[in-house]
Design a protein around this ligand. Structure first.
Ligand SMILES: Cc1cc2nc3c(=O)[nH]c(=O)nc-3n(C[C@H](O)[C@H](O)[C@H](O)COP(=O)(O)OP(=O)(O)OC[C@H]3O[C@@H](n4cnc5c(N)ncnc54)[C@H](O)[C@@H]3O)c2cc1C
Length: 443
């Protein structure tokens, strides 16, 4: 069995199917193409290493060994399989352009060697392609997808195989408790994070999820990205708790974006709906955005959290993305690539399609949605706790002023003036949009 983005033993259909054979061996390959050129952020790589080590401990408890290789993925897999000469190979299906290409190449090689390749579900709760709107194709809008997702019968999560030896896991675990710590990778930690969070926090999630200083969200995204926990297990367990629908809905957004990526793998770099945007580029402004020195407190707090922690609260992801695209008029791809270079949970489907949603080129039905960072801070960070946590310069001034300090305060504490005026930059964006729609309207 080859592990990819399903680094767990619970609810892993590929693992369970592979264990039906008389002898099973396990392989994971660190793919040089994904890791090369510093493309994988250090914290993400650390999380992955921890997840592999945890998985290896679990497989040992099942009486197996995880072989770990590093290099060109297909070459490494072929070399490994050639030594084992198996009858069959099991793997989870994945949905990005690159993952599909990798799998197609493996499939043709397996055929040439008379090895049967079995591809299994498990990366999402409901498989991409299982749900279609009446006219066929993928769902392009979330709400009808959500309604169909709720109704569709789901496979039952498959329990973890019974260990034959004592597990080799590190027993010390503290659920991620504050917004400055980094989650530890692996199924053991992910499972405990899921269970602890459901027990303590899912009940109030709907009211608290938009407030970045409240640490109210599950922090499960890196575990879901690497498959340390099963999305199907997460929604099934959540069903036992009251008021868990808002949480389940978020996991369904993940399924929704993955089914779009599956149908249109090019959306990682191409507009899902091309609106003919004419983006501009200004290095100084882009660098200020990346480093968190735009002079707009909520945007800077978010970018500094991203740079330091490798994670970022969803509400703030929307605010910083809207600022880059709608205020600075920069191409969403620049922002998406920067996010991927920093995020521990960086995920092709969720990242590209959320950026497109904010940019107005994606699935949202309001392409002109603009988030005013000051208004957003007044609504979701009223006491400036989040801003003051991440921007030390602003931590000693009055919380009400930290949302938008006066020029004299900025001079005194060495915090820059805003690099753009919100209202003027929004007017310019709207003008460009209306010109585009005039140019593209039928004559
Ligand atoms: C511009 C932008 C880029 C993003 N990039 C990523 C990314 O690379 N990887 C990623 O996992 N999420 C991404 N998100 C979605 C979301 O911000 C994160 O999933 C969430 O902040 C993770 O925190 P959590 O686990 O505490 O989420 P919770 O609020 O506890 O939600 C539970 C789970 O639901 C899923 N989820 C929640 N919101 C979304 C969403 N909008 N889209 C898809 N799935 C969602 C995640 O798997 C998350 O772990 C992005 C959002 C935006 C606006």
């Amino acid at each position: 069995m080859i592990f990819t983005r399903d680094l767990r033993i619970d609810d892993n259909p590929a693992l369970v199917a592979s264990l039906r054979a008389q002898n099973t061996s396990f392989l994971f390959v660190f793919d040089q193409k994904i890791l090369a050129d510093g493309k994988c952020p250090t914290k993400k790589l650390q999380f992955l290493n921890e997840a592999i080590s945890d998985l290896s401990g679990s497989l040992t408890s099942l009486g197996g060994d995880l072989a770990v290789r590093k290099g060109q993925w297909l070459e490494e897999v072929k070399t490994h399989l050639a030594q084992l000469n198996p009858n069959e190979v099991h793997i989870a299906k994945d949905h990005s352009q690159y993952a599909k290409l990798r799998l197609a190449n493996l499939k043709s090689w397996c055929e040439s060697q008379l090895i049967t390749l079995h591809c299994h579900p498990g990366i999402t709760a409901v498989e991409p392609g299982q749900l279609h709107p009446a006219g066929g194709g993928e769902y392009k809008v979330f709400t009808p997808f959500w309604k169909a997702w709720i109704k569709t019968p789901k496979r039952a999560p498959v329990p973890a195989p019974i260990p034959t030896r004592k597990p080799l896991h590190d027993a010390a675990f503290n659920p991620v408790a504050n917004n400055q710590s980094v989650p530890k990778g692996g199924e053991s930690y992910g499972t405990r994070q899921l269970v602890t969070w459901l027990e303590k926090s899912v009940d109030s999630y709907e009211e608290t999820r938009d407030f970045p200083s409240q640490n109210a969200t599950s922090l499960l995204s890196p575990y879901l990205h690497f498959g340390c926990i099963s999305p199907l297990r997460a929604v099934t367990l959540a069903g036992d708790f009251q008021n868990s629908e808002a949480f389940v809905r978020q996991i369904v957004w993940r399924d929704f974006f993955t089914q779009i990526l599956d149908a249109r793998p090019d959306v990682s770099g191409v507009d899902y709906r091309d609106r003919g945007n004419d983006w501009s580029y200004n290095k100084q402004q882009f660098d200020a955005w990346c480093s968190g020195y735009t002079g707009v407190p909520l945007v800077d707090a978010g970018m500094r959290q991203l740079n330091q922690q490798g994670l970022l609260h969803n509400r703030v992801r929307m605010v910083v993305a809207s600022f880059l695209v709608k205020n600075l008029h920069h191409d969403w791809r620049l922002g998406a690539n920067y996010f991927m270079s920093r995020l521990i949970d960086g995920d092709v489907a969720s990242n590209s399609l959320n950026w497109q949603w904010v940019a107005g080129t994606g699935t949202g039905n309001n392409p002109n949605r603009i988030l005013n960072p000051e208004t957003q801070a007044k609504r979701f960070d009223r006491s400036s706790k989040y801003i003051q946590t991440w921007i030390p310069e602003l931590s000693h001034i009055e919380p009400t002023e930290a949302i938008n300090p006066s020029s004299s305060t900025r001079r005194k504490i060495g915090y820059p003036e805003p690099i753009v005026d919100h209202h003027k930059s929004v007017e310019a964006f709207k003008k460009a949009i209306s010109k585009m729609s005039t140019n593209t309207s039928p004559s």
